[in-house]
Write a protein that binds this ligand. Structure first.
Ligand code: PCA
Length: 195
């Protein structure tokens, strides 16, 4: 059985909700696949995030799928690269590589989502905030702790309700569409030949 760590972020800054957490909750309400999925809500706080990631990754999952919201994104973004950089330009971890690249086949994931009518792109820059930090540290700690876990970060657009309450003109995507995307990604990864 494929063991998967599935994480989303708590609300932060001006956002009363986080689309990634809404999508994760929705997904768990209907997904009935055969995989063993452990869910977590991560803090938007670097030291706490680091500690939580280390604890969770010790369990040696097959995959770690991390979700976060990307205000302004018009489609789902599958993040290819985690940078060892914070918003202020300092490294996340000293004496660690400048970047990691996910080993997963993001193009195959993208094609699966596109075939289901879900707008999706492969992105090579996850920003320099906590989402990038989650991807970078997930890849780094799995490697450093000798775990088999392969990590993926998925940036999700805001929900329509978030955009309305923000009074902005950001693009949005419904929570059911985002949770369907999570299910398709889970199935795609679990079916991949190496697993
Ligand atoms: N999005 C932020 C941090 C938490 C989240 O959901 C980001 O893109 O870094």
């Amino acid at each position: 059985m494929t063991r998967i760590l599935l994480t989303a972020f708590e609300p932060y800054d001006r956002w009363k909700d986080n689309s990634s957490w809404l999508a994760l909750i929705d997904f768990t309400s209907w997904y009935d696949g055969s995989h063993d999925i452990t869910t977590r809500r991560y803090p938007v706080d670097l030291p706490k995030l680091r500690q939580q990631l280390r604890e969770d990754l010790a369990a040696n999952y097959d995959f770690a799928i991390h979700l976060g919201q990307a205000p302004g994104a018009s489609l789902i973004k599958l993040e290819a690269v985690g940078l060892n950089m914070r918003t202020n330009g300092e490294p996340l971890l000293v004496d660690a590589p400048a970047a990691y690249r996910t080993s997963l086949d993001l193009i195959a994931c993208q094609e699966r989502l596109l075939a289901a009518g879900i707008p999706t792109s492969v992105s090579h820059h996850a920003g320099t905030y906590l989402c990038n930090a989650a991807l970078y540290m997930s890849l780094h700690y799995s490697h450093e702790m000798g775990r088999r876990t392969e990590s993926l970060f998925v940036h999700l657009p805001l929900t329509p309700a978030q955009v309305v309450s923000d009074g902005s003109s950001h693009a949005s995507m419904s929570t059911p569409m985002e949770s369907a995307a999570i299910a398709l990604i889970v199935e795609q990864l679990a079916e991949a030949p190496s697993h």
